[in-house]
Design a protein around this ligand. Structure first.
Ligand code: SAM
Length: 314
Protein backbone atom coordinates (compact mmCIF):
# COMPACT_ATOMS: atom_id res chain seq x y z
CA UNK A 1 0.00 0.00 0.00
CA UNK A 2 1.08 3.56 -0.68
CA UNK A 3 1.24 5.19 2.71
CA UNK A 4 1.88 8.73 1.36
CA UNK A 5 -0.44 11.67 2.09
CA UNK A 6 -2.45 9.93 4.82
CA UNK A 7 -4.32 11.84 7.43
CA UNK A 8 -3.06 10.90 10.90
CA UNK A 9 -5.14 8.06 12.39
CA UNK A 10 -6.08 8.74 16.01
CA UNK A 11 -5.50 6.45 19.00
CA UNK A 12 -3.67 4.02 16.72
CA UNK A 13 -1.51 2.41 19.37
CA UNK A 14 -4.30 1.43 21.80
CA UNK A 15 -6.43 0.29 18.86
CA UNK A 16 -3.67 -2.00 17.56
CA UNK A 17 -3.30 -3.40 21.09
CA UNK A 18 -7.04 -4.07 21.45
CA UNK A 19 -6.98 -5.91 18.13
CA UNK A 20 -3.81 -7.89 18.97
CA UNK A 21 -5.52 -9.06 22.17
CA UNK A 22 -8.36 -10.73 20.24
CA UNK A 23 -8.06 -14.47 20.70
CA UNK A 24 -7.39 -16.50 17.58
CA UNK A 25 -6.07 -15.45 14.16
CA UNK A 26 -6.84 -11.96 12.88
CA UNK A 27 -7.98 -12.53 9.30
CA UNK A 28 -10.89 -10.23 8.47
CA UNK A 29 -11.65 -6.68 9.55
CA UNK A 30 -14.11 -3.95 8.66
CA UNK A 31 -13.21 -0.27 8.68
CA UNK A 32 -16.65 1.37 8.67
CA UNK A 33 -15.13 4.85 8.20
CA UNK A 34 -12.29 4.36 5.73
CA UNK A 35 -11.47 8.07 5.21
CA UNK A 36 -7.93 8.22 3.83
CA UNK A 37 -7.29 4.65 5.01
CA UNK A 38 -4.92 5.62 7.84
CA UNK A 39 -6.16 2.96 10.26
CA UNK A 40 -6.64 0.31 7.59
CA UNK A 41 -3.06 0.74 6.30
CA UNK A 42 -1.69 0.33 9.81
CA UNK A 43 -3.82 -2.79 10.42
CA UNK A 44 -2.65 -4.42 7.17
CA UNK A 45 0.96 -3.64 7.99
CA UNK A 46 0.67 -5.12 11.47
CA UNK A 47 -1.32 -8.23 10.44
CA UNK A 48 -0.02 -9.31 7.01
CA UNK A 49 -2.70 -11.99 6.59
CA UNK A 50 -5.51 -9.53 7.19
CA UNK A 51 -8.16 -8.77 4.56
CA UNK A 52 -10.07 -5.55 5.08
CA UNK A 53 -13.41 -4.14 3.97
CA UNK A 54 -13.56 -0.33 3.96
CA UNK A 55 -16.87 1.56 3.99
CA UNK A 56 -17.12 5.26 3.22
CA UNK A 57 -20.14 7.19 2.00
CA UNK A 58 -17.98 10.01 0.65
CA UNK A 59 -17.28 9.76 -3.08
CA UNK A 60 -13.95 11.57 -2.64
CA UNK A 61 -12.72 9.07 -0.03
CA UNK A 62 -13.57 6.17 -2.34
CA UNK A 63 -11.84 7.85 -5.32
CA UNK A 64 -8.76 8.51 -3.20
CA UNK A 65 -8.68 4.86 -2.16
CA UNK A 66 -8.96 3.63 -5.75
CA UNK A 67 -6.01 5.82 -6.72
CA UNK A 68 -3.81 5.04 -3.75
CA UNK A 69 -4.56 1.45 -2.75
CA UNK A 70 -4.64 -0.16 -6.17
CA UNK A 71 -2.36 -3.07 -5.26
CA UNK A 72 -4.41 -4.13 -2.24
CA UNK A 73 -7.62 -3.79 -4.26
CA UNK A 74 -6.24 -5.79 -7.19
CA UNK A 75 -4.98 -8.56 -4.90
CA UNK A 76 -8.39 -8.65 -3.20
CA UNK A 77 -6.91 -7.91 0.23
CA UNK A 78 -9.00 -4.75 0.38
CA UNK A 79 -12.60 -4.27 -0.65
CA UNK A 80 -14.28 -0.87 -0.78
CA UNK A 81 -17.96 -0.20 -0.24
CA UNK A 82 -19.31 3.23 -1.17
CA UNK A 83 -22.12 3.37 1.35
CA UNK A 84 -23.09 4.33 4.86
CA UNK A 85 -21.95 1.66 7.31
CA UNK A 86 -25.52 1.66 8.65
CA UNK A 87 -26.46 -0.18 5.44
CA UNK A 88 -24.02 -3.03 6.05
CA UNK A 89 -26.73 -5.71 5.90
CA UNK A 90 -27.59 -4.68 2.33
CA UNK A 91 -24.05 -5.75 1.32
CA UNK A 92 -24.37 -9.21 2.81
CA UNK A 93 -23.73 -11.09 -0.44
CA UNK A 94 -20.61 -9.19 -1.48
CA UNK A 95 -19.17 -9.28 2.05
CA UNK A 96 -19.80 -12.99 2.35
CA UNK A 97 -18.15 -13.51 -1.04
CA UNK A 98 -15.08 -11.64 0.23
CA UNK A 99 -14.46 -14.07 3.12
CA UNK A 100 -14.13 -17.86 3.09
CA UNK A 101 -17.45 -19.62 2.90
CA UNK A 102 -17.09 -21.10 6.39
CA UNK A 103 -16.39 -17.65 7.81
CA UNK A 104 -19.37 -15.69 6.58
CA UNK A 105 -20.50 -12.87 8.87
CA UNK A 106 -17.51 -13.65 11.08
CA UNK A 107 -15.28 -10.63 11.09
CA UNK A 108 -12.59 -10.41 13.75
CA UNK A 109 -13.08 -6.71 14.36
CA UNK A 110 -14.92 -3.61 13.20
CA UNK A 111 -13.65 -0.05 13.63
CA UNK A 112 -15.85 3.05 13.47
CA UNK A 113 -13.86 6.30 13.59
CA UNK A 114 -16.83 8.64 13.57
CA UNK A 115 -17.30 12.08 12.11
CA UNK A 116 -15.48 13.99 9.41
CA UNK A 117 -11.92 13.56 8.15
CA UNK A 118 -9.32 16.33 8.01
CA UNK A 119 -9.55 16.54 4.18
CA UNK A 120 -13.34 17.00 4.42
CA UNK A 121 -12.92 19.76 6.99
CA UNK A 122 -10.12 21.48 5.11
CA UNK A 123 -11.76 21.60 1.72
CA UNK A 124 -13.87 24.75 1.45
CA UNK A 125 -16.17 23.26 -1.19
CA UNK A 126 -17.49 20.68 1.31
CA UNK A 127 -18.90 23.47 3.43
CA UNK A 128 -18.04 22.12 6.91
CA UNK A 129 -15.81 24.93 8.07
CA UNK A 130 -16.42 28.52 9.06
CA UNK A 131 -12.72 29.25 8.50
CA UNK A 132 -12.90 28.56 4.77
CA UNK A 133 -15.69 30.18 2.79
CA UNK A 134 -17.62 27.69 0.68
CA UNK A 135 -21.14 26.51 -0.13
CA UNK A 136 -23.21 25.79 2.98
CA UNK A 137 -23.28 22.07 2.25
CA UNK A 138 -21.92 19.72 5.01
CA UNK A 139 -22.99 16.48 3.33
CA UNK A 140 -20.45 13.72 3.91
CA UNK A 141 -22.37 11.65 1.36
CA UNK A 142 -22.81 13.76 -1.77
CA UNK A 143 -25.86 11.66 -2.75
CA UNK A 144 -27.91 13.02 0.16
CA UNK A 145 -30.53 15.49 -1.01
CA UNK A 146 -30.62 17.94 1.85
CA UNK A 147 -27.72 20.32 2.50
CA UNK A 148 -27.13 22.58 5.50
CA UNK A 149 -28.39 25.50 3.37
CA UNK A 150 -31.68 23.66 2.77
CA UNK A 151 -32.13 23.26 6.52
CA UNK A 152 -31.22 26.86 7.34
CA UNK A 153 -33.44 28.29 4.58
CA UNK A 154 -36.50 26.04 4.94
CA UNK A 155 -36.89 24.65 8.46
CA UNK A 156 -39.36 26.23 10.87
CA UNK A 157 -38.31 28.29 13.87
CA UNK A 158 -38.99 25.39 16.25
CA UNK A 159 -37.13 22.86 14.09
CA UNK A 160 -34.05 25.10 13.99
CA UNK A 161 -34.21 25.67 17.74
CA UNK A 162 -34.38 21.91 18.29
CA UNK A 163 -31.36 21.24 16.05
CA UNK A 164 -29.19 23.87 17.71
CA UNK A 165 -30.27 22.90 21.24
CA UNK A 166 -30.30 19.12 20.94
CA UNK A 167 -27.51 18.49 18.44
CA UNK A 168 -25.39 21.62 18.83
CA UNK A 169 -25.92 21.82 22.60
CA UNK A 170 -26.43 25.59 22.37
CA UNK A 171 -28.34 26.61 25.48
CA UNK A 172 -30.09 29.66 24.04
CA UNK A 173 -30.14 29.66 20.24
CA UNK A 174 -33.22 31.93 20.05
CA UNK A 175 -31.53 35.15 18.85
CA UNK A 176 -29.64 33.34 16.13
CA UNK A 177 -32.76 31.52 14.95
CA UNK A 178 -34.68 34.82 14.85
CA UNK A 179 -31.86 36.36 12.82
CA UNK A 180 -31.90 33.40 10.41
CA UNK A 181 -35.66 33.76 9.90
CA UNK A 182 -35.29 37.51 9.35
CA UNK A 183 -32.25 37.40 7.04
CA UNK A 184 -33.37 34.48 4.88
CA UNK A 185 -36.49 36.42 3.80
CA UNK A 186 -34.19 38.94 2.10
CA UNK A 187 -31.36 36.66 0.97
CA UNK A 188 -31.25 32.91 1.42
CA UNK A 189 -28.13 31.54 3.10
CA UNK A 190 -25.80 29.93 0.58
CA UNK A 191 -22.29 30.14 2.02
CA UNK A 192 -20.53 29.19 5.25
CA UNK A 193 -19.17 32.72 5.66
CA UNK A 194 -22.65 34.25 5.37
CA UNK A 195 -23.88 32.13 8.28
CA UNK A 196 -20.76 32.31 10.42
CA UNK A 197 -20.40 36.08 10.14
CA UNK A 198 -24.07 36.58 11.02
CA UNK A 199 -23.58 34.40 14.13
CA UNK A 200 -20.40 36.30 14.99
CA UNK A 201 -22.26 39.62 14.63
CA UNK A 202 -25.31 38.60 16.70
CA UNK A 203 -23.61 36.47 19.34
CA UNK A 204 -20.14 38.04 19.62
CA UNK A 205 -17.10 36.14 20.92
CA UNK A 206 -17.89 34.74 24.37
CA UNK A 207 -15.33 32.02 24.79
CA UNK A 208 -11.72 32.74 23.97
CA UNK A 209 -10.44 30.51 21.18
CA UNK A 210 -13.87 29.16 20.26
CA UNK A 211 -15.58 30.69 17.25
CA UNK A 212 -19.20 31.61 18.15
CA UNK A 213 -20.43 29.53 15.17
CA UNK A 214 -18.75 26.29 16.38
CA UNK A 215 -21.75 24.71 18.09
CA UNK A 216 -24.25 25.89 15.46
CA UNK A 217 -22.13 24.33 12.71
CA UNK A 218 -21.82 21.11 14.73
CA UNK A 219 -25.60 20.89 15.16
CA UNK A 220 -26.19 21.43 11.44
CA UNK A 221 -23.55 18.84 10.47
CA UNK A 222 -25.09 16.20 12.74
CA UNK A 223 -28.54 17.00 11.34
CA UNK A 224 -27.51 16.93 7.66
CA UNK A 225 -25.81 13.55 8.05
CA UNK A 226 -28.24 12.12 10.61
CA UNK A 227 -25.14 11.01 12.50
CA UNK A 228 -26.60 10.18 15.90
CA UNK A 229 -29.40 7.96 14.53
CA UNK A 230 -26.87 6.19 12.33
CA UNK A 231 -24.72 5.26 15.35
CA UNK A 232 -27.74 4.25 17.42
CA UNK A 233 -29.06 1.95 14.70
CA UNK A 234 -25.69 0.53 13.67
CA UNK A 235 -24.17 -0.73 16.92
CA UNK A 236 -26.40 -3.82 17.35
CA UNK A 237 -26.07 -4.59 13.60
CA UNK A 238 -22.28 -4.43 13.78
CA UNK A 239 -22.22 -6.94 16.60
CA UNK A 240 -24.02 -9.39 14.40
CA UNK A 241 -21.13 -9.24 11.89
CA UNK A 242 -18.50 -10.24 14.45
CA UNK A 243 -17.37 -13.74 15.27
CA UNK A 244 -17.52 -14.78 18.93
CA UNK A 245 -14.58 -13.05 20.62
CA UNK A 246 -14.50 -10.40 17.85
CA UNK A 247 -14.35 -6.75 18.84
CA UNK A 248 -16.21 -3.57 17.93
CA UNK A 249 -14.08 -0.44 18.42
CA UNK A 250 -15.72 2.99 18.25
CA UNK A 251 -13.98 6.36 18.33
CA UNK A 252 -16.23 9.36 18.86
CA UNK A 253 -15.40 13.06 18.95
CA UNK A 254 -18.60 14.46 20.38
CA UNK A 255 -20.09 13.98 23.85
CA UNK A 256 -23.51 13.07 22.43
CA UNK A 257 -21.98 10.33 20.27
CA UNK A 258 -19.92 8.98 23.13
CA UNK A 259 -22.99 8.83 25.35
CA UNK A 260 -24.85 6.80 22.73
CA UNK A 261 -21.93 4.36 22.40
CA UNK A 262 -21.57 4.01 26.17
CA UNK A 263 -25.24 3.20 26.71
CA UNK A 264 -25.53 0.95 23.67
CA UNK A 265 -22.61 -1.14 24.96
CA UNK A 266 -24.26 -1.36 28.41
CA UNK A 267 -27.52 -2.50 26.82
CA UNK A 268 -25.69 -5.23 24.90
CA UNK A 269 -23.98 -6.83 27.87
CA UNK A 270 -26.09 -9.97 27.48
CA UNK A 271 -24.26 -10.49 24.17
CA UNK A 272 -20.70 -9.90 25.29
CA UNK A 273 -18.58 -7.67 27.49
CA UNK A 274 -17.30 -4.12 27.61
CA UNK A 275 -13.51 -4.16 27.31
CA UNK A 276 -12.97 -0.48 28.09
CA UNK A 277 -14.36 -0.01 31.60
CA UNK A 278 -13.05 3.54 31.28
CA UNK A 279 -13.07 5.43 28.02
CA UNK A 280 -9.63 5.53 26.31
CA UNK A 281 -8.26 8.95 25.37
CA UNK A 282 -5.12 10.23 23.67
CA UNK A 283 -1.92 10.72 25.66
CA UNK A 284 -0.33 14.17 25.80
CA UNK A 285 2.29 13.17 23.23
CA UNK A 286 -0.34 12.20 20.65
CA UNK A 287 -2.29 15.42 21.30
CA UNK A 288 0.89 17.43 20.63
CA UNK A 289 1.40 15.68 17.30
CA UNK A 290 -2.25 15.65 16.25
CA UNK A 291 -4.59 18.17 17.88
CA UNK A 292 -7.63 16.31 16.45
CA UNK A 293 -6.94 13.49 18.91
CA UNK A 294 -7.68 15.79 21.87
CA UNK A 295 -11.42 15.06 21.84
CA UNK A 296 -11.23 11.43 20.64
CA UNK A 297 -12.85 8.82 22.89
CA UNK A 298 -12.46 5.11 22.26
CA UNK A 299 -14.76 2.37 23.57
CA UNK A 300 -14.42 -1.34 22.79
CA UNK A 301 -16.96 -4.17 23.07
CA UNK A 302 -16.25 -7.89 22.66
CA UNK A 303 -18.84 -10.25 21.32
CA UNK A 304 -19.49 -13.23 23.62
CA UNK A 305 -19.86 -16.85 22.58
CA UNK A 306 -23.61 -16.89 23.07
CA UNK A 307 -26.36 -14.73 24.45
CA UNK A 308 -25.84 -16.22 27.91
CA UNK A 309 -22.16 -15.24 28.16
CA UNK A 310 -22.84 -12.14 30.21
CA UNK A 311 -19.59 -10.56 31.39
CA UNK A 312 -17.62 -13.74 30.86
CA UNK A 313 -14.10 -13.78 29.41
CA UNK A 314 -13.84 -15.81 26.25
C1 SAM B 1 -12.72 10.51 10.98
S1 SAM B 1 -12.67 10.02 9.31
C2 SAM B 1 -11.88 8.46 9.32
C3 SAM B 1 -10.41 8.54 9.11
C4 SAM B 1 -9.74 7.19 8.93
N1 SAM B 1 -9.88 6.38 10.13
C5 SAM B 1 -8.29 7.38 8.59
O1 SAM B 1 -7.43 7.10 9.44
O2 SAM B 1 -8.00 7.82 7.47
C6 SAM B 1 -14.32 9.57 9.01
C7 SAM B 1 -14.57 9.07 7.59
O3 SAM B 1 -15.68 8.21 7.67
C8 SAM B 1 -16.67 8.60 6.79
N2 SAM B 1 -17.93 8.35 7.48
C9 SAM B 1 -18.44 8.99 8.57
N3 SAM B 1 -19.62 8.45 8.91
C10 SAM B 1 -19.85 7.43 8.03
C11 SAM B 1 -20.91 6.50 7.86
N4 SAM B 1 -21.98 6.52 8.67
N5 SAM B 1 -20.82 5.58 6.87
C12 SAM B 1 -19.75 5.57 6.03
N6 SAM B 1 -18.72 6.45 6.13
C13 SAM B 1 -18.77 7.36 7.12
C14 SAM B 1 -16.44 10.05 6.47
O4 SAM B 1 -16.90 10.33 5.16
C15 SAM B 1 -14.92 10.15 6.60
O5 SAM B 1 -14.29 9.91 5.37
Amino acid sequence: MNSQKLHIPVLLEPILNFISDIEGPIKYGIDGTFGRGGHTVAFMQKFPELKMVGFDHDQQAIEYAHQNYKDSLDSNNLKLVHDNFANIDAHKNELNEFVNESEQKKFDFILLDLGVSSPQLDEASRGFSFYHDGPLDMRMDQRLEETAADIVNNYSEQELIDIFKELGEVRRPYRIVKAILHDRKQTPFTTTRQLSSMIERVEGWRKKGMHPATLYFMGLRLAVNNELDVIRQSIPKMLDWLRPGGRLLIISFHSLEDRIVKWAFKDLQNQGRIITKKVVQAEQQEIQQNSRSRSAKLRVFERGISGSEKGKKI
